[in-house]
Design a protein around this ligand. Structure first.
Ligand code: HPA
Length: 264
């Protein structure tokens, strides 16, 4: 068992967790939905994200959501911070060791599809690893040859769509293209993403999905659309804008995710 898993069990108790939830830029409010919440700073957990990016938390929360015991990672480490695609591996391994069979991921993303507007949610149906980095490079076992078909669990997507329809929440669905960042895309790169068949672009999530599938976890992921991709609208794309615009998506995710966790 990892040192971090031992620390978490000492602080929060040994009862297993059902799922882990990772919060993206400006989406910290989703963690407020956790009851009986125990907060553990990442600094106390070996291998968990260090430095951090503004708009992201630096705590692990353990508590109850949708009647289930879950862990919430209030911030992630991105590839663009240190050039390490496997940066989230220790944290995700710890989640698996604590019993998480499902990983729920959120992020902020730019839309490259006119039908998905800022404030909308886009559930991820598949991804394109355009950054070209893979967190399993260096893994020595044959498990590195991880199958990525249906890596965004079809049954969880169907459940989420059903919940959204029942609650009158508009939930789009589409393909997420991972650009490394941290600079935003050029206008030409956004045009390329459109031609490659993506509906949204962002700087995270894909490596975590690869790691989660490697670890045997089911995955569900959703983007909060904060802006149209470069050149598709007159808005000024910036990290400040992302954090401000994430609020609308966070409000919807606050309704959707607990209902989904209830059905896990
Ligand atoms: N591009 C990449 N990542 C993002 C964007 C974007 O336009 N918006 C929010 N995260």
């Amino acid at each position: 068992m990892t040192k971090a898993a031992k620390t978490i069990r000492q602080i929060a108790g040994k009862e297993p967790i059902t799922a882990a939830l990772v919060l993206g830029s400006g989406l910290s409010a989703i963690g407020e939905g956790l009851a009986d919440c125990i907060t553990i700073p990442y600094a106390e957990l070996k291998g968990f994200p260090g430095g951090g990016v503004s708009g992201h938390g630096r705590d692990l929360l353990i508590g109850t959501m949708g009647g289930k015991r879950i862990a919430v990672l209030t911030g992630r480490e991105h590839y663009y911070e240190h050039g390490n695609a496997a940066a989230m591996r220790p944290a995700l391994e710890t989640m698996a060791e604590l019993g998480a069979q499902t990983l729920l991921l959120t992020n902020s993303a730019g839309s490259v599809d006119e039908r998905l507007r800022p404030g909308d949610l886009m559930m991820i149906s598949d991804h394109i690893n355009y950054a070209g980095m893979n967190p399993l490079i260096g893994e020595a076992t044959d498990r590195r040859f991880t199958n990525m078909v249906d890596c965004y669990a079809p049954e969880l997507r169907a459940k989420a769509m059903d919940i959204a329809e029942r609650r009158g929440l508009h939930l789009g669905e589409g393909i997420y293209l991972w650009y490394s960042g941290p600079s935003f895309e050029t206008v030409a790169e956004i045009q390329m993403a459109i031609r490659l068949g993506a509906q949204a672009v962002g700087m995270s999530t894909a490596p975590e999905v690869i790691l989660a599938r490697f670890l045997g976890m089911k995955v569900w992921a959703c983007s909060s659309i904060t802006n149209m991709g470069a050149g598709l609208s007159s808005e000024n794309i910036s990290h400040e804008h992302t954090k401000t615009m994430a609020v609308a998506g966070a409000d919807k995710l606050k309704q959707l995710i607990p209902a989904l966790v209830e059905e896990l």
